[in-house]
Write a protein of this length. Structure first.
Length: 55
């Protein structure tokens, strides 16, 4: 509901960050045992800003 939208924002931001991480893992052909796949802090900040303004 729209009343709870502010309370849901952190969860939506984390979901968007995890979605981006999963897309990067898929793009790297799922080589998660060979190397660590991570998002940069700047990428996380950009996703958080973009997600928080879309809700």
């Amino acid at each position: 509901p729209s009343i709870d939208r502010r309370a849901q924002r952190p969860g939506l931001v984390m979901a968007a960050i995890y979605q981006a991480l999963l897309c990067r893992i898929e793009r790297d052909a799922f080589h998660v045992l060979d190397r660590r796949i991570a998002l940069t802090p700047l990428a996380k900040a950009w996703i958080a800003w973009k997600t928080s303004w879309s809700y």
